[in-house]
Design a protein around this ligand. Structure first.
Ligand code: PLP
Ligand code: COI
Length: 344
């Protein structure tokens, strides 16, 4: 099948309408089989709990084309598992693993013409979502739910050319409360973060960095990505926090750092001010962000920079980026069984 005539290597991270999306409905306690639909518009009741009370969650993953033309997903089981967790937290029905994977695969396969070719640097972003729909007024769970999966070809999240060095600004706002929903991928976490991102950008940063809400001392995460830090003494450290999203990318990087770079990995609270002098390289990581080196962070009225005064990516993050992306694109061996081929 022919690919679309897009300028693949110039794509940014924005919505582009593709031909099909997958939709399944949950009502009266059961899921419909689900089907591919053409319209990108969801007709939704004005009382829908997704609209008023943010009873919704979503996922994000990517499909990439391997050198031999295979189409690969990266650890989709973890996205399925994470969506189940979010559904449980918000009193929504779980999307069974089989339905989740079938929805993702059907949406990818049906939009084959939109999957960026190997070597373009672009990928197909996949956005599964689960929303509470139907008539409602009081604060109670919806009686009907839609599971929908749409896809869009995308390029880099932060810049127009590959692995850009970004900057973060510590926010005065909190993203998530200690026993709230910060560790679930629910839309409610993101609406509250929009102002933080705007303020960070006004400060000249790409994105907000949130500290723990209780003490404003330990690093939580960025608005759309987890944080990993290469520290003195061959350490590779990521925050332990109940309020951050369990990032698939970060969990994979921790394995690569330990197995392939022989770094000492630690998942523990990171006291920003007290440990700053030990930071050698910092990065933000996620499906959209991939691995984005963080050159500098704004807090306490000053910029604090890392490797090469924040001008370039350091050796640890470069090596991890090459390993991660190499596996995701099917260019390197995948001894972990992380890639999942979509049958075409
Ligand atoms: N943290 C937040 C707040 C996110 O939105 C994302 C994006 O999904 C991540 C972290 C990274 O998670 P993952 O690597 O699973 O995409
Ligand atoms: C992702 O990385 O998949 C996300 O969901 C982040 C989003 C804010 C674009």
């Amino acid at each position: 099948m022919e690919k679309k005539a897009l300028n693949w290597s110039e794509l940014g991270f924005s919505y582009r309408k593709t031909d099909f999306r997958f939709s399944a409905i949950h009502s009266d306690g059961k899921w419909s089989d689900g089907e591919l639909v053409e319209s990108e518009i969801i007709p939704v009741h004005e009382g829908a709990p997704a609209l008023h009370y943010a009873q919704q969650c979503f996922e994000g993953l990517k499909a990439q084309t391997a050198p031999d033309g295979r189409v690969l997903l990266f650890r989709p089981d973890l996205n399925s598992e994470r969506m189940k967790q979010a559904a449980g937290r918000l009193l929504m029905p779980e999307v069974p693993r089989e339905l989740f994977l079938r929805g993702v695969e059907e949406a990818v396969r049906a939009n084959y013409a939109w999957i960026p070719p190997h070597g373009s640097g672009a990928s197909l972003y996949i956005r599964p979502m689960l929303i509470g729909v139907g008539e409602n007024l009081g604060l109670r769970p919806a009686r009907q739910f839609e599971f929908r999966v749409f896809v869009s070809p995308v390029g880099p999240y932060y810049s127009s050319n590959g692995m850009a060095v970004i900057s973060l600004a510590v926010s005065e706002l909190d993203r998530a409360a200690p026993h709230g929903t910060g560790n679930y991928k629910v839309g409610a976490n993101y609406a509250g973060g929009l102002l933080a991102t705007r303020e960070a950008q006004a400060q000249g940063a790409n994105e907000a960095l949130f500290l723990d809400a209780a003490e404003r001392r330990y690093i939580d995460e960025a608005g759309s990505a987890n944080i990993v830090i290469a520290m003195t003494g061959n350490r590779f450290v990521t925050p332990r926090s109940d309020a951050v999203l369990p990032s698939v990318t970060r969990r994979s990087l921790m394995v690569l750092a330990e197995d392939r770079l022989q770094l000492k990995t630690e998942t523990r609270p990171i006291d920003l001010r007290a440990e700053l002098q030990d930071f050698e390289e910092v990065a933000a990581c996620g499906t959209a962000a991939v691995l984005s080196p963080v050159g500098r962070i704004w807090f306490d009225n000053a910029w604090h920079s890392f490797h090469d005064e924040g001008r370039s990516v350091g050796p640890v993050m470069q090596e991890l980026y090459d390993l991660l992306v190499g596996i995701q694109r099917g260019e390197l061996d995948d001894p972990y069984g992380w890639t999942h081929e979509v049958s075409l």
